[in-house]
Design a protein around this ligand. Structure first.
Ligand SMILES: Cc1cc2nc3c(=O)[nH]c(=O)nc-3n(C[C@H](O)[C@H](O)[C@H](O)COP(=O)(O)OP(=O)(O)OC[C@H]3O[C@@H](n4cnc5c(N)ncnc54)[C@H](O)[C@@H]3O)c2cc1C
Length: 572
């Protein structure tokens, strides 16, 4: 069944909508998808059941809602159980404003993902743009078919998991092959490898293909050939540390405004946002946008403006050479910049349960681990946390898992989670919320998470529950341990920025720090890592845009010395 085209299923009792939508779907997508059209919902349900039995992939399920069809929303709600990974689309008719609030409520409760308006003319690109985005998200979640990189490893090994995650988030077409299967063993034998250290990474796009056995991040980066360190004597106008939303936004503005820019990223573009399956509150994306897509577009945008990248290299030190700032990387190289933007975000707080730490990547995940959700199909899954990230993760996992339990330490979610998320969680059939609960212990079977001990952390009874997945989203700590003491931080380790009220003399002489500037001149901090930041994608992007406007002033006030100017190619 693998080679058959995925299905786009349209069902509606409204003859006009059926005729228009069917024609549009067949014309645009008929070559790549099997378009199935049903005139009533009972028939459509039977078709979806059949498709499930035959293990056919269903990419989109489209139902209608309006005066001529009142059953589409209920159909879409029930379609989820049959094909949880399919994107569900409600088609409505322009001008039927009475129906919109019902449709938006259904989407907020997770009964469908997307609202589109029925095209009233041919070549309605807004309609098709929405469908193509939904199909793109569906494909991303399924894994991309073209194998630019082959990864042969163990299904639940932490290193394998982290490489799958990084490749996926960097949009590198990857095929994973389980070394424990006959096909995986055959593949290793074809490569001439007998019982190699795992994982094995094969770059199928090089000629001849490059095989890397248990490679480090740096070996992978070098084999890709895209991220060689810059010449040692080069001076950038700005070195951005971190390619999350704030760092990428800084790079877009810096390079588009003529500043030579290097972005150093230790893992994958997108930072935390890259792990979010759907960001619904980023302005301008009324249908929501996946974090991976948003980040990838910013990455490409900055690249097109001339930003250079150094991937899979961790920044480990920051120093000063006169007016230049130096950034030391994990491969031993040092890059120099006239200014540095710290955009390193935050790390998740760990659970203090020793027996679970050894299971990270083998059933225990920090963060939403979007790429891991499909592997939870039919499993019992637990999510720990009371914030929006935990709520979103629980909803996403519920698309795949048999049952998801959200463990919340406190007696309520009201203060920590958005109302719309609480409503969606309560309305989702296979999600339960357990208040005054925490993970107190865990156990493994065959090296993987098998169960948890759950109970009230303040005492009382405990319960042993079976669990195949545990997703921990309990807050974060800033990634600032690599910074020197000259960069002042608050008690929690977040970087302090902006004028220092204690520096009255500096303020009086007009030499006070710029907003977003740290206590080390020429070094700025943006996004989640900044003390007092609002932890949102939009505010991180706002910081990234703002810092570059400020940087222009800083660079103008601190022109390059002549010798350094020669190596940067810039004019002082
Ligand atoms: C699951 C989830 C869902 C979310 N949903 C939403 C949402 O719906 N709406 C919303 O507005 N916000 C959401 N957020 C919050 C939002 O993602 C963050 O506020 C935002 O990503 C912060 O951006 P940032 O650039 O400051 O940091 P980050 O996104 O944390 O990026 C920092 C980057 O720096 C890199 N880095 C760190 N240290 C180093 C180093 N030493 N060397 C090199 N690179 C380094 C990291 O690898 C990372 O890529 C969500 C967060 C999560 C985790």
């Amino acid at each position: 069944m693998e080679d058959l085209d995925p299905v786009l299923l349209l069902a509606t009792t409204d003859p006009t909508s059926r005729e228009v939508l069917a024609a549009e779907l067949r014309r645009r997508y008929g070559g790549d998808y099997e378009v199935v059209v049903c005139a009533d919902y009972a028939h459509a349900r039977a078709v979806l059941e059949g498709l499930r039995r035959w293990h056919r992939q269903v990419a989109l399920v489209i139902g209608c809602y309006g005066p001529g069809d009142r059953d589409g929303l209920d159909f879409l709600r029930r379609a989820y159980a049959l094909h949880p990974s399919a994107k569900r689309v409600v088609a409505a008719v322009w001008g039927d404003f009475e129906s919109t609030s019902t449709v938006f409520a259904a989407i907020a409760h997770g009964h469908a993902e997307l609202l589109v308006l029925r095209p009233e003319r041919r070549r309605d690109e807004e309609f098709h743009g929405a469908l193509v985005d939904a199909l793109d998200d569906w494909h991303l979640a399924q894994g991309i078919g073209f194998e630019a990189v082959r990864l042969i490893g163990e299904q639940r090994d932490e290193r394998t998991h982290s490489l799958r995650d990084s490749f996926g988030r960097n949009h590198i077409p990857l095929a994973f092959h389980d070394a424990g299967t006959d096909a995986g063993q055959r593949m290793l034998a074809d490569l001439g490898l007998e019982d190699p250290d795992l994982p094995v990474v094969v770059l199928a796009f090089t000629s001849p293909p490059t095989t890397l056995v248990a490679p480090t991040d740096l070996e992978i980066a070098d084999a890709f050939g895209l991220t060689r360190p810059p010449p040692a004597d080069h001076v950038y106008d700005v070195v951005v540390v971190g390619a999350g939303p704030s760092g990428l936004a800084a790079a877009v503005y810096a390079s588009s405004e003529g500043l030579s820019t290097l972005v150093v990223e230790q893992q994958a573009v997108g930072g935390q946002a890259g792990t979010s399956s759907l960001i619904r509150n980023y302005p301008g994306f009324s249908r929501g946008v996946s974090g991976a897509h948003l980040a990838y577009r910013s990455f490409q945008q900055a690249w097109a403006f001339g930003t250079e990248y150094s991937f899979m290299r961790q920044v480990q030190g920051l120093g000063a050479e006169g007016m230049l700032r130096t950034v030391s990387m994990s491969d031993g190289s040092v890059v120099r910049g006239r200014s540095v933007v710290i955009a390193t975000g935050v790390d998740y707080r760990r659970l203090d349960v020793p027996e679970l730490e050894g299971l990270v990547g083998r059933g225990v995940y920090y963060g939403a681990a979007v790429s891991e959700a499909p592997s939870m199909t039919g499993q019992e899954v637990y999510v720990v946390g009371g914030g929006n990230s935990a709520g979103q993760a629980a909803l996403h996992l519920a698309r795949y898992a048999r049952h998801v339990t959200l463990l919340v330490r406190g007696p309520t979610l009201a203060a920590s989670m958005s109302d719309y998320l609480i409503a969606q969680l309560e309305a989702t059939r296979n999600v339960a919320i357990r208040y005054r609960s925490a993970v107190l212990g865990g156990r493994e079977a065959d090296g993987c998470l098998a169960g948890l001990t759950v109970g009230d952390p303040r005492g009382g009874g405990t319960e042993e529950v079976p669990a195949a997945g545990l997703f921990v989203l309990i807050g974060s700590v800033p990634r600032t341990s690599w910074l020197p003491d000259e960069v002042a931080r608050d008690d929690a380790g977040f970087v302090r920025t902006g004028p220092d009220p204690a520096d009255a003399a500096g303020m009086a002489q007009g030499q006070a720090r710029l907003p977003l500037e740290t206590s080390l001149p020429g070094v700025f901090a943006v996004g989640d890592v900044r003390s007092g930041s609002i932890k949102r994608v939009a505010t991180a992007v706002g910081d990234g845009a703002t810092v570059i406007a400020l940087l222009h002033g800083y660079l103008a006030a601190h022109p390059l010395e002549r010798s350094a100017a020669a190596s940067s190619g810039a004019h002082p």
